[in-house]
Every structure is written in C-alpha cells, then in structure tokens.
Design a protein around this ligand. Sequence first.
Ligand code: NCD
Length: 309
Amino acid sequence: MNIMPLPLRHIARAQEFDVSFISDVFALADTLGPHHARKMSGLILASLFYEESTRTRFSFETAMLRLGGHVIGTENAKLFSSVAKGESLHDTIRVVGHYADIIVLRHDDANVLDTALSAARVPVINGGCGSDQHPTQALLDLHAIRARLGRTEDLAVALAGDLLYGRTVHSLAYLLGKYRGNRLTFVSPKELRMPQGIKDYLERHDVESEEVGSLDEVVAKVDVLYQTRVQKNRFADEAEYERLKGALCLSRPLAQRMRDGAIIMHPLPRTLELPTEVDVLPQAIYLDDQIESGVAIRKALLMTVAGRT
Ligand code: NCD
C-alpha cells in the first residue's frame, strides 16, 4: 500500500490561519501545564535566527526542551552559519531539513520567507520576517487577550506605535479581523500608519477600523491597548527615527485612565513608548501573561506541525 506523506504544515502568515485552527492551538496550549507528556521526544528543532531575538528564540527553545525534544541552532546565523561564506538561504534551509524535524526562522528580509517555504523538507515556522509578519507572536497575543478578557470577539482594540514597520501589529490585525464585532483603532504618527493592504483586508472582512494620531483619544475607550516601539532597525534615515521615536508615550497618568478590566500589551522590547512606571498597574500584562502564553502557544504549535498532538 502506498502511504501518502502528510502535506507540510508551515506557520507562515496570520491571515492563513482559520478560526478552527486557532481554537485547536489554544485548546492544546491550555491543556499543557508545566507537567506534561514528553510529546516531542526524539525530535529536533533547528532555530535559525538571522536577526536579533530574545523572547521568540528562547520561548521556542524552552517549549521544545520542556516537551522532551532537542534544539540545534544559531542565534546569529548571519555570522555563524555558512551564509557568512555566501551560502543561499535556499540551500541552508534544504540541508537543515535533513538534520532537524522543524525549522523556526527569523530574518530581517520578509522576501526570503517564500524561498524558505519552497526549499524546506520539514515544517518552517515564521519567527518574524522583516517588517511583514510575526504570526506566532499574534497567536500568543490573542491567547493572552482571551485568557484575561474571556473572548476573542467584540473587542475594542487600539494598536499603537509603529504600525508601518511593526510586524507584530500586522499579524495581530489579521487575527483580530477573523472574529465578529472587533473594532480596531490604529494609533500612530502619520508617517508610521498601518499599511493599506491590511486596511483593505479588514474592510473586506467587515471589520470596523479608524486611524487616530494620539493615545489620549483612545485610552479610556478600549479593552486592549497594544503598544509597540518605533522600529529603529527598519529606518533608512536615522534623523527620521530620532524625530519619531518618542511620538506616542503611554505615561502612567494616561494609562490610569483606562478601564478597570482593560489590558495593556506590548510585544517587547520596549523603549520610550512604555515607561516602567506603568508596570505596576493591574492592566499591564506584557511582563507575565504574554510571556507565559508565548511558551504555551509555541509548545502547541510545535506539536501541531510535528503531528504529535
Ligand atoms: C518583536 C519583533 O521581533 O518583531 N519582538 C518579539 O518578537 N517579541 C517586536 C519588536 O522587535 O519590536
């Protein structure tokens, strides 16, 4: 009998997930407590990071190790892999698929993702590519929202900061757009507005959205305020970055105007936009809940792409 191999399940872009996939991943993440079966034993994750990371790399690696799997990789693939000798990403991904069962890839160029997907012999997880998308961050963000607010629908969400170059807000906007009744407010300086393609997608999916220029207009109205840094590394012109970097700051007095049950989120790392004085507010969930969801969601994703649920 001929057994057909299962199609590869890549985790590439947030708009590709359907809501049943998202609920399955959340359900799995919720069943995985700190003590759980060694579901990934015998499997190897390769973490190929061509761009800086703390949380994404460590949480994927933690997830794999806690599930009894193994990790190989490099935190600086530009310097410490054969790319430094001129190897193409295609060849690297193709070859690494002979060593590892899953690849998590982070890269500063969003255009390489399709090359990686077509070269891969094993599932590839997008760990953040260029300024385009960071789909696993969006899943963990939505999971943290649901854990605190009890729902993924009928939410008033403000996405604030660098909406042009910030990949986390792009992926999160796509995910929020999949649920009924969500209303998005984009808060940014005019130079850093949400890309038109994402606004068009939301319009096609009948998601209400508006653009404003200051946090002051939204803090008291939203269930979720998702703050982001201005992405210094994506600016060609340093003077332009200097001019915009402090554009939107969530000061403590401003944050205190939020509703009691509302939440303040941030993908981290933070710079000027989120002073540490906000951390003690009950609404702040970026140093704990989001981090916990990060490991749980990444465990669930690893098991899902490996077919080990
Ligand atoms: C983000 C990223 O890398 O896109 N960080 C993360 O993965 N948690 C956000 C950022 O770099 O600003």
